[in-house]
Design a protein around this ligand. Structure first.
Ligand SMILES: NC(=O)c1ccc[n+]([C@@H]2O[C@H](COP(=O)([O-])OP(=O)(O)OC[C@H]3O[C@@H](n4cnc5c(N)ncnc54)[C@H](O)[C@@H]3O)[C@@H](O)[C@H]2O)c1
Length: 436
């Protein structure tokens, strides 16, 4: 299949919705790496290798040498935000990266200025934006975003859009989300079920541009947007960067299950003090995040198959806004497990992490892999890129298919997808041939 993948020629334009902590950390990081000031730690596309053939073949190229990915030096960034701060100012405000590093990158970062955003405080109660588009209805706003994309397209060769904006209130799909036709009528009537993130997503997919969602908002997780994604061969994937606590959960839970250890309860709490924490302190935005974080255990443990081990697990998630910590989140987990004959044990995890340091390489990888998917006809035409579940708290799947949350299954799926599109044998880990 590899001969069909279009090469990564020319400039890749990356349009970021929301130039906050995660996006500015990604943009500044890419520039630091381009200048040789730092290494792209945490990025599978930049640092990962992939084994090809037998264990005895000794062939493990870098992923970026194996599949035709855009080179970091060919990435051009732009974005939208509800505040006018350029990327230098926004990064300084987010206070994730050292002042010295930011100063060194300042001349570049200052050149990236946000376009006015599509925003409505109804969907993010804690923010009040001033740098916003005005339009007579949601259709008009979508058309303005389409104009932004078209103007940017004139300066680059390909475009990918990623939502790294704030978490919107919890929305469930309604009639307006059931078909493209209904959705487009909803844009005309400014239907309340259509959130700003969906206006950007609609604009992107209408233009055939891949769209990733780093937040837990509904966004492309609805039949209308899936239809548009397929129609225009514009790849989409799941939602909500899998960075800290859920990343740990989807490593530990599969381990317990693999060893048939039972779980009674899993209490997860977080303190964080960045703007994301402030937004998530509001109950309706928290609900969106909570739903996204809750899903993983249920799917991994399959209580219907293992009622003795995993029925009625008490799973609780808390997020508290605690300004002194800034972006340095602390995520605690108390896990009550049980073993042989039902004897109880406890595991405590205390992850002192840095939210945006974990999220930035994920955002970068999603952008690069979605661009690859767009250039790979067999992937572009299917819409949902389930192989990118690896990066997301809420994977997206074909209708009726349960999502895979286990990080190692996700990792294998991702790498086998890359082998598949490059016409290489898949790796099953059977390995009997070594004993012939
Ligand atoms: N950092 C992580 O580990 C992590 C993990 C999973 C998900 N996320 C999600 O990623 C998103 C970004 O996180 P962050 O820490 O960068 O938050 P942040 O608050 O620093 O940045 C969000 C930015 O989006 C802007 N924004 C809000 N609504 C917008 C709109 N309609 N159009 C354009 N811009 C808009 C805000 O002004 C802000 O600058 C959040 O939704 C967060 O929940 C982050």
């Amino acid at each position: 299949m590899s001969s069909k993948i279009a090469p990564a020629k020319g400039k890749l334009g990356v349009m970021v919705v929301g130039l906050g902590a995660v996006s500015t950390t990604m943009i500044a990081g890419v520039e630091a790496v381009r200048r040789g000031l730092a290494k792209p730690i945490g990025s599978l596309t930049q640092m990962g290798t992939i084994r090809l053939g037998k264990r005895t073949d000794g062939s493990s190229p870098l992923i970026k040498d194996f599949v035709p990915l855009a080179d970091l030096k060919d990435i051009v960034f732009t974005g939208w935000d509800i505040f006018e701060d350029n990327v230098y100012e926004a990064a300084a405000h987010a206070a994730v990266l050292d002042k010295d590093l930011l100063k060194e990158l300042k001349p570049y970062l200052e050149t990236i200025k946000p376009l006015p955003a599509v925003f409505d405080q109804y969907y993010v109660k804690r923010l009040n934006g001033t740098h916003v588009k005005k339009g007579k209805n949601k259709r008009d706003l979508a058309n303005q975003v389409i104009e932004d994309i078209r103007a940017f397209k004139k300066t680059v060769d390909r475009v990918v859009i990623i939502w790294a904006g704030s978490t919107e209130i919890f929305l469930e799909p309604t009639a307006v989300h059931q078909s493209l036709e209904a959705f487009e009528k909803g844009l005309d009537n400014s239907d309340i079920g259509i959130a700003p993130s969906q206006i950007y997503a609609y604009a992107a997919l209408s233009e055939g541009v891949p769209f990733a969602n780093g937040a837990p908002n509904l966004t492309v997780d609805a039949p209308a947007l899936i239809e548009l994604s397929k129609k225009n061969s514009a790849p989409i994937c799941g939602k909500d960067f899998k960075t800290g606590q859920t990343f740990m959960k989807t490593v530990l839970a599969p381990a317990f299950k693999a060893r048939m250890l039972g779980v009674k309860g899993w209490f997860s709490t977080n303190i964080l003090g960045n703007r994301d924490g402030e937004v998530l302190d509001e109950p309706q935005s928290f609900k969106t995040k909570e739903e996204s974080k809750l899903g993983s255990l249920e799917y991994i443990f399959q209580p219907e198959l293992y009622p003795d081990l995993y029925k009625n697990i008490y799973h609780k998630i808390r997020i508290n806004y605690y300004p002194p910590r800034g972006d340095d989140k602390e995520a605690w987990d108390n896990i009550d497990i049980f073993g042989w004959l039902g004897y109880p044990m406890q595991i405590k995890v205390d992850f002192l992490c840095r939210d945006s340091i974990l999220a930035a390489p994920i955002a970068l990888d999603l952008v690069l892999f979605l661009d690859l998917a767009k250039r790979t006809p067999d992937l572009a035409s299917i819409g949902i890129q389930e192989w990118l579940s690896f990066y997301l708290k809420s994977p997206q799947t074909a209708e009726g298919l349960y999502p895979e949350h286990d990080l190692f299954i996700q990792s294998m799926k991702l790498k086998n997808t890359l082998r598949h599109i490059m016409g290489q044998d898949l790796i099953t880990h059977l390995g009997l041939e070594y004993y012939d």
